[in-house]
Design a binder for this molecule. Structure first.
Ligand code: BGC
Length: 790
């Protein structure tokens, strides 16, 4: 390549733009430029197929099973793993200019840029390419994965010869079983995924083709279809070749200089564990007919209208740091893409942006993504909880296998079966059940969705509450203990009375009891009687919350503060993440924290701590937390802001928001960190907005860091819309739509009504000594980046 190289994303409020070709950055940008609607995921690879980093096309819930081998067998170990499959690629449009394949590794590109537009919901590309023999063409493309037509993706592609008439040959493909190098690190997984799709049928006619496939072990079937509209200034010859794993429509035309060959490609996907190949074929053909009826412009218009509504409900404005403004919108856009149309499926930790974590969903969904969706796109939050509910039978079976009552949801999974092969940081992380219950209770309180409560919500609360009463026990003093579990911090495992787990279980038990008392008939249909709710309340009231009187802090779990301290001073930077360089046995017996755990308890159960306890605990755990997980910085932002360390909170906010744009964890090629991206919203809204929702009561305690001059965010609450605007000295609350909302500002009750914004002064932050982090593990000090032209 002879093009100048200026790598990096340009800073702009509503888009992510990358100019010039940087082959080394391809894998990263394929993740950041990924498009998805929560059902279909397209990584941001080039239309021409090559050069490529890690091309990927995913369908939410479409996976292959693989054996989970163990060196030593053990009772209750899951035997089957699940891995997301790279399905039939519908993005490919190859191009030949006067016989030469367009491949950006050859020739030169005087101009090349890609733009992910957060308002149009499209990925645009504009490339001027000069072939090795000197022929010049301009290629522009725009693609979308439709939010409104869930089964549809579409690409509008144009080629224009720039130096005289040229013969252009365009090959638009559906390609299954695309070989990919280095997709997965584990060779056993790679072996299962190689040629994962078995052809059922391949049909093509005219401008249309359909491929049907199934997986060997999981028994899932899928179909992908494409259709095209062509607009050319000259006659176009067309050929359709379809067989097995490949469908190809070839178009050839002589195109004069200054004129364009334009192609619109519609792609439809469908999959099922039940439906026949014929039914799937009919389904994708019907989806294509719908898309063609809307047309390219129609799809664009629907996409924009959908996003206009989303931004109206969810936008977060940040003044004073242009790069963070962009990062926050990038984060919101990708969280939306992960959750918008998943419907009866999970929201995976990477969304549908890459093969990382095998495509599994974790507690990340309920504890990080759902707080955001509950207050911005409540229907998507309900759908995600609906997915959990649809897996209840599997969770009950798992609980029974573990000798417990109620439901035990999997630590990681695609279809609801436990897939974690390492039980200390898997099955033992029982807190996921309280996280599901917390997300359920939050959703019910924020929406008052009685239908969901009756059809799914109450049952989720009840079955998780039942798990806690069987998992815990009353000791000789009548206190309720939950022993032998792992909290969020995976550097401490299988412990007694993890404060986070116990406090979240307490909330779970109380919420289940309260909702059953409100709906005795529904409760009785679930077999709940007064005696059972009394048992839940009793366990909740007597739950053990350990406290270290000598240090005056909460130990993360019993005995934690007695452990030796990790030797941070002698841990080199390349020793992180610690789990890859030190044995778990040593991590487990030392005071070192992978990610917010007790600090997370102080956010989600902030009602269980005094301000003084919070300040002391923050200081203590800041000094031990290494943030080897991307789920930590947002939570640290929330608590450091609450106890008055606003600049430190700003650093953590930036770390969460920029996790993927700066590739902080050096693995963005495997997909985005959706929980960290949701964490950008959490840091802004719960951190600087001080928003809390304990027991369904909405409250705010806003304060800005000195670097920012304004943050403004919107929330949906009980069918009403609220906008909170924070300046350094005052905050304004406005209700734009709906019934009045009761809330509070730094503890002072306020009633929001339409047309009557309320402005309140922002009090000075509490003064606490600045905490220290482990050597070398402080967050990057956020220095303001110059804005373009600024
Ligand atoms: C974290 C977990 C998280 C998982 C998936 C791990 O590194 O420790 O808390 O659920 O990543 O994001």
């Amino acid at each position: 390549m002879t093009t100048p190289r200026l790598p990096g994303y340009e800073v702009a409020p509503w888009e992510l733009r990358w100019r010039w070709l940087d082959l080394d950055a391809l894998r990263r940008t394929e993740s950041t430029f990924a498009l998805s609607n929560g059902h279909i995921g397209f990584r941001g690879s080039f239309e021409e197929g090559e050069p490529r980093g890690l091309p990927g096309t995913y369908l939410n819930g479409f996976y292959e099973r693989r054996p989970l081998p163990y060196a030593e067998a053990g009772y209750g170990y899951p035997e089957d793993g699940q891995t997301v499959v790279n399905v039939t690629d519908g993005k490919i449009i190859r191009l030949l200019v006067e016989d030469e394949p367009v491949d950006m590794r050859y020739g030169s590109a005087p101009h090349h840029e890609r733009v992910l537009d957060f308002r149009s919901g499209t990925l645009r590309r504009n490339t001027e390419w000069v072939s090795p023999t000197g022929r010049r063409v301009r290629i522009t493309s725009e693609r979308l994965v439709s939010f409104t037509q869930r089964a549809i993706a579409a690409i509008h592609y144009e080629v224009e010869p720039l130096d005289g008439q040229a013969q252009l040959v365009v090959q638009s493909e559906l390609l299954a079983n695309e070989p990919i190098d280095g997709d997965v690190d584990d060779p056993r997984v790679a072996a299962v995924l190689k040629g994962a799709l078995v052809s059922d049928f391949a049909v093509g006619e005219g401008s249309r083709a359909v491929l049907g496939h199934h997986t060997r072990r999981s028994g899932l079937r899928m179909a992908a279809a494409m259709d095209h509209e062509v607009d050319a200034p000259a006659e176009v010859s067309t050929e359709n070749w379809t067989e097995g794993d490949l469908a190809r429509l070839t178009l050839a035309a002589e195109v004069p200089q200054g004129r364009k060959l334009a192609l619109t490609k519609y792609v439809a996907y469908g999959w099922s564990s039940q439906r026949s190949p014929q039914a799937l074929r009919a389904q994708v053909e019907a989806a294509l007919a719908g898309a063609r009826q809307s047309g390219w412009q129609g799809l664009l218009d629907e996409q924009r209208a959908y996003l206009d509504d989303f931004w109206e409900a969810a936008d977060v404005e940040v003044d004073g740091d242009a790069e963070l403004q962009q990062a926050v919108r990038f984060a919101l856009f990708h969280v939306l893409q992960a959750g918008a149309r998943g419907e009866t499926r999970a929201i995976p930790a990477k969304g549908l942006t890459g093969p990382g974590y095998d495509g599994h969903a974790f507690w990340d969904t309920e504890s990080f993504v759902l707080p955001l969706l509950t207050y911005t796109l409540p229907d998507a939050a309900r759908n995600a909880l609906q997915w959990r509910h649809s897996t209840l039978d599997k969770a009950r079976t798992r609980a029974a296998q573990l000798g417990q009552s109620g439901a035990a949801f999997p630590w990681r999974s695609i279809d609801g079966d436990e897939c974690s092969g390492y039980w200390p940081a898997g099955t033992a992380a029982f807190h996921i059940n309280a996280d599901v219950a917390d997300a359920t209770a939050r959703y019910l309180a924020a929406t008052g969705d009685g239908d969901f409560e009756a059809s799914a919500g109450l049952e989720l609360l009840v079955e998780t509450a039942r798990l806690w009463t069987s998992l815990g026990h009353h000791d000789a003093h009548g206190r309720f203990r939950i022993d032998g579990v792992t909290g969020p911090d995976e550097y401490t495992a299988v412990v007694d009375n993890n404060v986070y787990t116990n406090l979240m279980a307490q909330r779970n038990l109380h919420e289940a009891a309260s909702h059953c008392e409100l709906h005795p008939e529904l409760a009785s249909a679930l077999g709940v009687d007064e005696e059972e709710t009394a048992r839940w309340r009793d366990a909740a009231d007597r739950v053990v919350v350990p406290y270290d009187e000598a240090l005056d802090v909460h130990p993360q779990s019993e005995g934690f503060t007695k452990h030796a301290h990790w030797d941070f001073a002698n841990t080199p930077p390349e020793g992180y993440p610690l789990l890859l360089h030190y044995p778990y046995f040593d991590l487990y017996r030392k005071q070192v924290v992978k990610q917010a755990d007790l600090v997370l308890a102080m956010w989600l159960r902030g009602d269980a701590f005094t301000p003084e306890e919070k300040a002391r605990n923050v200081a203590y755990y800041e000094a031990l937390t290494v943030r080897d997980s991307s789920l930590s910085s947002s939570v640290q932002a929330v608590l450091t802001a609450e106890v008055g360390h606003l600049e430190l909170a700003y650093d953590y906010f930036a770390e969460a928001a920029l996790a993927d744009l700066h590739d902080i964890y050096q693995n963005v090629r495997q997909g985005l960190h959706i929980a960290a991206l949701a964490g950008a919203w959490i840091a802004a809204v719960a951190g600087f907005g001080g928003m809390r929702d304990h027991g369904g009561e909405l409250s705010f305690a806003p304060r800005l860091p000195p670097e920012l001059s304004r943050i403004s965010f919107r929330l949906c609450f009980a069918g009403s819309r609220i906008c909170v605007t924070i300046h350094r000295d005052e905050a304004t609350y406005a209700l734009s739509h709906g019934e009045p909302v009761r809330t509070s500002h730094h503890g002072r009750p306020i009633l929001l009504t339409q047309g009557q914004p309320i402005t309140m002064p922002v009090p000075r932050p509490p003064e606490n000594p600045l905490p220290r982090q482990p050597a070398g593990r402080a967050p990057t000090r956020r220095r303001l980046q110059p804005t373009p032209g600024g």
